[in-house]
Design a protein around this ligand. Structure first.
Ligand code: WT7
Length: 676
């Protein structure tokens, strides 16, 4: 057995304050949920008075009305937006498949841009963009409309038709939003692939969607370094026969290889394109986008969202939760490559006619003051970010925050994982100076929009809970048989009724859609999360109950990482589990057995981490790799990840080992742990 010398992670392996975020079965949750948070924070009268929803009584009225007649409620919500043709039926529900606003015709790009052009907002700043290197650009609604129209024409000229899939792989420049909007405008289906994914991951996603076109950039600036994105695309396109054309936006002006006949410069196509491109009249249920997310098996799931229902909830939830107003400067730090960027950078804010800040790079580059400096300079009023970022700012020290003038802020938001009460309190007092409400928003790629969240002018908040479901959203905590849990009893987080922005299916895989979301609990959508509801009906998320872990606010299937590891020539078997991490929420620990002739040394450990980076992307690199002689298994040969999880977290096994086949394996792993 190779001696394990050094841990790759610098974070001590102790049960951390956010230990409860990590994958636990709801039964364990019930036992473990001893957290008694007593603090309650009411919105100030000044905030409530000016808010879209001004009191808890008003929220309760809205909620009750929506419960009484959901279709009436959603019909009223939908009426706020532009429809070329009104729907004849609000909902058709043939479980687990829903159709919303049937017979209606709309276009989400038209609602995001064109509707503003006949108002004073025509010359209002839509996007205030800042490059990591300090570049500044402002695009008004009018300018954005022109760029999107031109790109729409360029796409059509290159053969993209209604229903065709277009893969988009770019950094955070306005062109990424323009690309998505142009697809929506002409009725093409976008599949945005996060710019940190590897060539293999890009190819898998392109092939699954059979994308005809790729829109990319020469590169992006990240932590001061130019990253070449086009070369990743070139590598991916070796194995993607469906792709006919590639459009390349020039951002970093680096040398790229352009393949004659296939690759086109964005600026060349745009120079030739006309700026009139009518928005297609799209049926409410026509596909809008596919966004891939990790599941508990190795293959990413193509989450399919459609037009009308998604538009209605993304826009309305953005308005209610962020209390958005015309004079706000809203900033979501999320990348458009994730669902938060789809709903709350591209579609929600633009449909609401908001002004937003968009930023290209890392929020702590060139130093920990970058985010606060940007808030000060742009006079940001609403900030939406992730608990992992908040925890890293806490570590960096308050002085980075306090030396900036953050008095423009009026509202703070978080998303991606449970926020531990300490981090919540820091966000509230150090960033928000105890005057900004915090909206802790629970939702998923699959839900399309926020499901559980305070309404900032109404809901009294408690640190660590996303509070109550939005009006029209039937979220609950239930037992395996579907019966509701008692107050504070841990259970499964479910949605009991269809909602407009729900995923319609997993792209080309109805069977998987039915199995993953609709078979666990009869007649209900299962979120994959465990939760409890307190006596006030506030929902406390306890973490995932499946083999999916949340690392820095992003979901990763542990089996995906295992598949990547096993694909390496040296690896015989791998089991990947998570342990709590103070900054990232969870860290990944890989237990790896090697094939004969390979040495478990530091070089191999680095090689395996690089290998995972290449197969999936940097976010999936295990924080720690432990070489083992064997993995603990049940008699039927299943790896007992639960035991490994315990070992990775506490260094001891106290749980049930009655189904374990070979005790010596576990004993050896445990001893190795002590030697480290
Ligand atoms: C999973 C969804 C929705 C955009 C970002 C992540 C976890 C998300 C919260 C929150 C506790 C949260 C859940 C969920 N999660 N928001 N406010 N409190 N947990 O999207 O990658 O689809 O992941 O993130 O576990 O199921 P995603």
């Amino acid at each position: 057995m190779p001696a394990v010398k050094k841990k790759t992670s610098s974070v001590a392996r102790k049960p951390s304050t956010n230990g409860k975020h990590h994958s636990v079965a709801p039964q364990e949750v019930a036992i473990n949920s001893v957290l008694q948070e007593k603090r309650v924070f009411k919105p100030t009268a000044a905030f409530s008075q000016q808010a879209h929803v001004k009191s808890m009584a008003e929220y309760e009225r809205l909620y009750a009305a929506a419960e009484k007649n959901p279709e009436k409620y959603w019909s009223e919500v939908a009426s706020q937006y532009h429809w070329f043709k009104k729907w004849r039926k609000v909902l058709e529900w043939k479980a687990p498949y829903s159709k919303w606003f049937i017979g209606g015709q709309t276009n989400i790009c038209y609602n995001a841009l064109d509707v503003h052009l006949s108002t004073w907002r025509k010359n209002k700043a839509a996007i205030i963009w800042e490059g990591e290197n300090g570049d500044q650009r402002v695009l008004t609604y009018g300018q954005l409309h022109r760029e999107v129209s031109k790109l729409g024409n360029a796409l059509k000229k290159r053969g993209v038709k209604k229903g065709d899939r277009v893969a988009i792989y770019m950094g955070m420049t306005p062109e990424l939003a323009i690309a998505a909007l142009a697809c929506a405008r002409i009725g093409a289906v976008h599949s945005i692939i996060f710019g940190g994914f590897s060539a293999q991951a890009v190819a898998d996603r392109i092939n699954d969607a059979q994308a005809k076109m790729v829109i990319t950039a020469d590169g992006v600036f990240r932590r001061g370094n130019p990253l070449n994105l086009k070369s990743v695309v070139d590598e991916a396109l070796v194995n993607t026969p469906s792709v006919e054309n590639v459009i390349v936006y020039q951002r970093i002006k680096t040398d790229v290889k352009m393949t004659e006949g296939r690759d086109h410069w964005w600026h060349d196509l745009m120079d030739l394109a006309a700026d009139v491109c009518p928005a297609e009249k799209m049926d409410s249920e026509s596909p809008l986008f596919i966004l891939y997310t990790s599941g508990s098996t190795g293959k990413p799931k193509g989450i399919l969202h459609t037009t009308g229902g998604y538009m209605v909830h993304a826009a309305n939830s953005h308005k209610l939760v962020f209390d958005i107003k015309d004079d706000d400067v809203y900033w979501s730090t999320a990348d458009i490559g994730w669902i938060t960027g789809h709903s709350y950078v591209v579609y929600g804010p633009l449909i609401n006619g908001a002004t937003q800040v968009m930023y290209e790079g890392a929020v702590n580059y060139p130093n920990w003051g970058r985010i606060w400096d940007m808030i000060q300079r742009h006079k940001v009023t609403i900030l939406y970010t992730a608990p992992t970022a908040i925890r890293s700012f806490i570590r960096a020290g308050d002085e980075w925050v306090t030396k900036h003038d953050l008095s423009s802020l009026r509202l703070l938001g978080t998303v991606g994982e449970p926020i531990n009460p300490e981090a919540w309190m820091w966000y509230y007092s150090v960033v928000g100076k105890k005057k900004c409400p915090i909206v802790d928003t629970w939702w998923q790629t699959e839900t399309g929009g926020i499901m559980v969240s305070p309404l900032p002018g109404a809901t009294p908040t408690k640190p660590g809970t996303a509070t109550r479901p939005l009006p029209g959203i039937a979220v609950d905590v239930v037992k395996k048989d579907g019966t509701p849990c008692k107050a504070n009893e841990g259970g499964f987080l479910v949605v009991k009724r269809p909602w407009p922005s729900m995923l319609r299916t997993i792209y080309n895989d109805n069977a998987r859609y039915e199995k993953v979301y609709w078979s666990e609990i009869k007649g209900m959508y299962f979120t994959g999360d465990g939760a409890r509801k307190d006596k006030d009906g506030y929902i406390w998320i306890m973490g995932r109950v499946d083999d999916v872990v949340n690392v820095s606010g992003h979901r990763l299937g542990t089996s995906e990482v295992e598949s990547a590891l096993v694909a390496h020539q040296a690896v015989a078997e791998a089991a990947v589990v998570s342990r709590p991490d103070d900054v990232k929420g969870n860290a990944l620990v890989a237990f790896v057995t090697l094939k004969g002739g390979y040495n478990g040394d530091a070089a191999l450990r680095d090689a395996l981490r690089d290998h995972v980076g290449k197969e999936i992307g940097s976010i999936a690199k295990p924080d720690e790799i432990r070489f083992a002689e064997g993995l603990p298994k049940t008699r039927s040969g299943k790896i007992m990840r639960r035991l490994l999880r315990e070992l990775a977290t506490n260094g001891v096994i106290s749980g049930d080992t009655t189904t374990l086949e070979d005790f010596s394996t576990l004993e050896k792993l445990r001893q190795q742990e002590e030697e480290e």
